[in-house]
Design a protein. Sequence first.
Length: 411
Amino acid sequence: MKHLLSRLTLAVGLAAPVLLAHADDQVKRGEYLARAADCVACHTAPGGAPYAGGLPIVSPFGTIYGTNITPSKEHGIGLYSDEEFFAALTEGKRRDGANLYPAMPYTSYHLMPRADSDAIHAYLKTVEPIERAAPVTSLSFPFNVRLGLMGWNMLYGKDLKLAPTDGKSDEFKRGEYMVEVLGHCGECHTQRGLPGAMQQDKRLTGGVLNGYLAPSLLATDLAARGWNHQDLSTFLKQGMSAQGTMFNEMFPVFHNSTQRLSDPDLAAMATYLLGDPAPAAKVLTEVPLAQMSPSAQRGRQDYLNVCAGCHAPDGEGKPHIAVAMRGNTTLRLEDPRNLLRVIEDGIGEQQFAGFERMQPMPGFADKLSHEQLTDLLNYLRQGWGGQPGELAVGDVQKLQADAPPAEHKAH
């Protein structure tokens, strides 16, 4: 008996380092997956502790607050089992059985395998517990009735289906999982219908979010805006490329998520989005001023007055100060709202990968008349955006009326 106990003790002693190494590997993997899933962005308030919740998420139905997902047993997820965490992540079910609002992207995460969920949970157990309650979401009737989400979930909760990948490369398949499930890109880049559900027949064709356009991510549309595989991979890794820089809602995605992903995963995402083989990126020819519309020709002077000091007279931009206008993806969007919003709202100072910085861009909402703003938009879009049409003052005023309240604007 004594000999048997000695052997058992030895076996346990030998197994312990293996088990600890496995647990450590799971935590490291979970940290990476949590980054890929961009958990910190929605569960961290500005200036707040990571994962402690409190971020206001504006929706058409009211403001929803990101929850505390630190290991706090009172305010966070410290009491969740792996099974309960998996249900929250993939079915939108809280530990107490209540339904989560679909601001939590369980409509994409429902395709996440249990092993990935368990790894994320293992990592979250290691972060510092924050003993603070996040603000309580309080929507108006009938959206405050969480029981009503049962029907919503039955209709839309598992709408997302991945397309068949027979014959596709392993890189393409990995990219599909990174984009569609972990990255849940479709949650912003897909139009939503009246019940707030993603319109799957318009998946990744773009959607409006707080007055900005999350543009189409379809391969043909990306190529039409000048994207190729290398530039798109660089954009995700560095937050900037020849097409411009990430701003608005995409900057936190870069800051918290994509810059921390592996090069093979970023390449896989680009392969999935652009297809394999990818369509040829469209190269624009700069339009001479004399060939532009009268409004665009007037806009040249407005550009020199308010833009050229940073973006340079001929639109080449200045390193560490302002991006180039030539080839800029925002100018190449058929929908002008993002360009309008940036000109009016400005962009705060941003820190990109390495030592790269971009100085803050002031907003010009109170400095340009409706006519001047329209002329400037036409000049930028026709000269460097490849947009042949001309915006009227009334078109710009309609977009201005759709602008979100100041407190809902992100930079």
